[in-house]
Each structure stands twice: as C-alpha cells, then as structure tokens.
Design a protein around this ligand. Structure first.
Ligand code: NAP
Length: 332
C-alpha cells in the first residue's frame, strides 16, 4: 500500500453481501468544519463494542464502511475550535466515536470539540488508554457512589465481574480509597488473583446470585458496583445495608431487573445508573483528573497487552470468542 501525506491509515470494516470484512486502508483527510479538531492518535483501546462493530451489530454501528474504536488519545494536529490548539494533548471517548462516527482505530480522527477532554497533567496517552472506556466507567461508578454518601466506614463494597475490564479497575481504585472490597466473579478465582486486584475477599455465586426468591436479604455489604445485571444486580440491591448505593453499568448476565421495591423503601438503598457515553463534560473532566491523580493505579503487565492496527483482527476474534482477558491497547 502506497503511503501518501494526503491520506492516513485506518482499520476499516466493509459490508459485502451481508458479510463484514476488515482490513487496513488509506483514508483521505477531510476539511475541518467550524468547531472541529483533527487529532493524531497515539493510542486507542479495544472494547467489546468495537468487536461488535466489526461484525455488523446495528445496535452499535448502523452504516458501513466504517472505522471502529470508541477510545482515542493523542495530539491535536489542527483545530477550528477556540478551545483547542495544535499540539494540545487530548482524550476522546464516548459519544458517537467509533460507533456511528469514524473512530480511534486510525492514525487520525476528526471530531467536534465538545467531545474532547484536555489530557490531565501526569497522564500520558498510553495510560489514558489503559483506562479507556472501561476504566472511565469504573471511576464514574465510584464517583457516583461517593457523591451519594458512600464511605469506607459504612462497610464493604462488592464488585461483580471483578476480573474484567471495569471490575478490575474499580476494585483497585476502591482499595486505594480505603474501602474493603469483595470480589464476585462467575467462578471463584485463585486467591492471589483476588489479592492482586485489591480485593480482600470474594463471594461465590450462591451469595452473589441469590435464588431464594426472598424480596430482601440479610444485609452484608454497604454498596456494590455491578456489571452483570439480572439476578446478580437484584441480589446486590437486596443484600445491601441501609442507605447503601448500588451502581449498574452492564448486562453481561441479563438486561432484566425483577424485584420488589422493599430494599428501596425499607432500607433506603439507591440504585445508580451509569452511562459513560452521555456523561456531562464537567463530570467527565473531573473523573479523568481523578484518574490522573489521587485515583491513579499501577497496571499489572499481565492485565494490559499492547497491539498495533495490523494485529487487531486477532484480538477482536479472541474477544468475540470470549477468550480475551484484561485490556488491549492499540499503538498507532
Ligand atoms: N454503561 C456504560 O457506560 C458502560 C461502559 C463500559 C462497559 N459497560 C458494560 O459493562 C460490562 C462489563 O464490561 P467489561 O469491559 O468489564 O467486560 P469484561 O472485561 O468482559 O469483564 C466482564 C467480567 O464479568 C465476568 N462475568 C461474566 N458473567 C458473570 C456473572 N454472572 N457473575 C459475575 N461475573 C461475571 C467475566 O468473567 P469470565 O471472563 O470468566 O466470563 C469477566 O471477568 C459490559 O456489559 C459492558 O457492556 C458499560
């Protein structure tokens, strides 16, 4: 493929007779409109939504050909915005990036300035993408817990899917903030893995996925961060201590929620919804600043793998086959 200064490399998905074919293509630069910035991407990261976008999931991406990549971090190359100038270091995640707008699996993106977060001090593009949408969602969940009165002295927090992208980072930040953390995975994990993510203990599915049918359970935890949904989320709410908070961000298990109102009206438990995609910019910026500063964590080398556009297909396939663990960052 000829490299040309008027084009840039992108990982493209094309639709051919109902099949979705991926490959690296040269894309032309398009003129910037008022309020837009052109960003040279240094790092992106791979999320499940990106994998879905490569197989034609219309809930994620409606039109093809398309460039996936819901996360990107890099340097402003040129700007038609009064808020950003060439040379600024920035992060873009959420909104329509990588879903219905060309995304981060490319050397450049062109986006509205309202999507762009200035890179916090002490944060590199690489570190920002180790967090990516998964880390941002974990941090936003904790931000919501704290804003609603959660304190370490009220008791432990259960994190479901604790070895996954959101859960692992949530456990580490909570531990750093002085919370006792209880991990809940689909299967019990080896003790060293639980300790490594900063959890003090773990519970098995007979506790985190209660099948007794009772409308309210003995209160054991003071709050929960749930990524599973369904009966696991219901259990987190039913077993929560008075005035505790439970966040919900995922539906790995199920999107259903069948329960009574009793935990809410007899214990004052709060259920907090987490939507990283439409999080207001003011909170988005605060959360990224926290991740760069007092909520910063050290990433385990085994948890983060680095790849390039050329090897992305392999990682996407592993993710679709549910054989992928940890975070995959993409170096451009
Ligand atoms: N609302 C938002 O803004 C937002 C943003 C980001 C992500 N999300 C959602 O959050 C969820 C988690 O994302 P992720 O990136 O952390 O996914 P992930 O990396 O795939 O991790 C999911 C974890 O959950 C575990 N798990 C599966 N079923 C379970 C069960 N029944 N009980 C306990 N653990 C279970 C998995 O274990 P195994 O590997 O052993 O199966 C895995 O460790 C997804 O649904 C994602 O779509 C939402």
């Amino acid at each position: 493929m000829m490299k040309n200064s008027s084009t840039f490399k992108a990982f493209r998905v094309e639709e051919e007779n109902g099949n979705y074919i991926t490959g690296i293509k040269e894309m032309p630069f398009e003129p910037l409109n008022n309020g837009e910035v052109l960003i040279r991407i240094e790092y992106s990261s791979l999320n499940y939504k990106d994998a879905l976008s490569t197989i034609g999931n219309k809930g994620v991406t409606k039109n093809y050909p398309h460039t996936p990549g819901i996360d990107a971090a890099g340097i402003v190359k040129s700007s038609q915005s009064e808020h950003f100038k060439a040379g600024d270091s920035v992060i873009v995640t959420s909104y329509e990036l990588g879903m219905n707008h060309p995304g981060g699996f490319a050397e450049y993106i062109k986006v509205p300035d309202s999507w762009v977060v200035p890179m916090p001090k002490n944060m590199s593009s690489r570190k920002a993408m180790m967090f990516g949408t998964a880390g941002f969602t974990a941090a936003l969940s904790i931000y919501r817990l704290l804003s609603n009165g959660q304190k370490p002295e009220l008791g432990p927090i259960v994190v479901t899917g604790a070895l996954g992208g959101v859960g692992n980072i949530a456990c580490q930040i909570l531990n750093k903030l002085g919370f006792e953390v209880i991990a809940a995975n689909y299967e019990l994990a080896p003790e060293p893995e639980i300790k490594k993510i900063g959890a003090q203990s773990q519970i098995d599915r007979s506790i985190s996925d209660d099948l007794s049918g009772h409308p309210i359970l003995k209160p054991i935890w003071a709050g929960a961060i749930d990524v599973v949904g369904g009966n696991t989320l219901t259990t987190m709410i039913k077993g929560c201590k008075p005035l505790g908070n439970v966040t919900t961000c995922g539906n790995i298990g199920s999107g259903d929620l069948e329960m009574t109102v009793y935990p809410f009206i007899l214990r004052g438990v709060s259920l907090l919804g987490i939507d990283s995609q439409n999080c207001p910019m003011e909170i988005r910026q605060k959360v990224w600043d926290l991740l760069a500063d007092s909520w910063s964590i050290k990433f385990d080398q085994e948890f983060v793998k680095e790849t390039k556009l050329e090897s992305l297909s392999m990682h996407i396939n592993l993710m679709l086959e549910k054989k992928s663990k940890g975070r995959i960052i993409v170096k451009l």
